[in-house]
Design a protein around this ligand. Structure first.
Ligand code: COA
Length: 265
């Protein structure tokens, strides 16, 4: 089990904390696997009523680790089009199927899966420093985690397009107006606010809570289908010269040269 994910259970709440602040809490394979294991265990554990996702070091998450992207880009796409089995996709596939409420506490950057994870959460609290970004297209990729559906369900098509295709950062205030976070709270009250809401949920009649949530989340099958469609396109794009250039440029700390990459340079 990686030390970069801390799992704590408190009063019926499973707290999943990202502890890789030196890399802005970018998610690696072992981190995704640890989160998947925690979710699977909680589904079988009646003592757990809900989950809280929280970052550390003033960052929620800088998204998927770009070193992992580059490693996958250097591997040929599989012929079934579903892509290489990856802990990230295994984790993402679980999200629409989780039966217990998910809450996120967001301070600082929430990039890529750091934002699309929020679109699966039932409650999201953020600090004034929160910034939600999905720079998929700038990496030569497309949106994931079913956000083709969840983004527009939560904030409507124009804002979903702006976030996903333009890659526009959403401040905490903008995300609040757009309806993708519930409240903006001071940094020193963030965790307490999320935990208070989580414990309120944990104290409710469990069967009624689970039934209510299930009825509110009618489109989970459509989201699961979309995750597979997105994964297929993602996998094709992942091996494109432009995506490889974007990953390499980030790691070499230089701007990407997409025109050169297209020419095969
Ligand atoms: N994958 C791998 N490493 C990452 C990372 C990621 N997604 N995000 C940040 N890091 C690493 C940096 O490489 C750097 O490592 P180093 O100290 O060994 O050089 C460290 O985290 C700190 O990041 P740095 O870029 O120096 O901090 P910053 O404050 O200048 O910028 C970000 C922070 C998050 C804006 C910037 O790192 C970034 O754009 N990251 C990529 C985000 C992204 O595109 N994610 C994928 C979405 S699909």
């Amino acid at each position: 089990m990686t030390k970069e994910i801390e799992i704590r259970i408190e009063d019926g709440v499973q707290v999943i904390r990202f502890l890789r602040a030196d890399k802005k809490n970018a998610f690696t394979g072992p981190m995704y696997s640890a989160m998947s294991e925690a979710i699977d265990a909680s589904e079988k554990n009646d003592a757990i009523a809900c989950h809280v996702f929280i970052g550390s070091g003033g960052v929620f998450s800088a998204g998927n680790d770009i070193n992992d992207f580059l490693r996958r880009a250097q591997t040929t796409a599989t012929s079934d089009g579903k892509g290489i089995p990856a802990p990230s996709l295994d984790f993402i596939r679980r999200l629409p199927k989780v039966t217990k409420p998910m809450i996120a506490a967001v301070d600082g950057l929430a990039i890529g899966i750091g934002t699309t994870l929020l679109l699966h959460c039932d409650l999201v609290y953020a600090t004034p420093a929160a910034s939600l970004r999905t720079p998929f297209l700038d990496l030569g990729l497309i949106q994931e985690a079913g956000s083709s559906i969840t983004a527009q369900t939560r904030m409507g098509y124009p804002r979903a397009f702006e976030m996903i295709c333009l890659g526009e950062p959403f401040s905490a205030e903008r995300a609040l107006q757009a309806g993708i976070i519930n409240a903006v709270v001071p940094a020193d009250q963030l965790e307490a606010t999320a935990m208070k809401a989580a414990k309120r949920l944990a104290a409710k009649p469990r069967q009624a809570l689970m039934t209510s949530r299930r009825l509110l989340r009618q489109n989970h099958e459509a989201i699961s289908g979309m995750i597979d469609q997105e994964a297929k396109a993602y996998q094709t794009l992942m091996t494109s010269p432009e995506a490889r250039e974007a990953f390499t440029a980030f790691l070499e700390k230089r701007p990407p040269d997409f025109a050169k990459a297209r020419r095969g340079g």
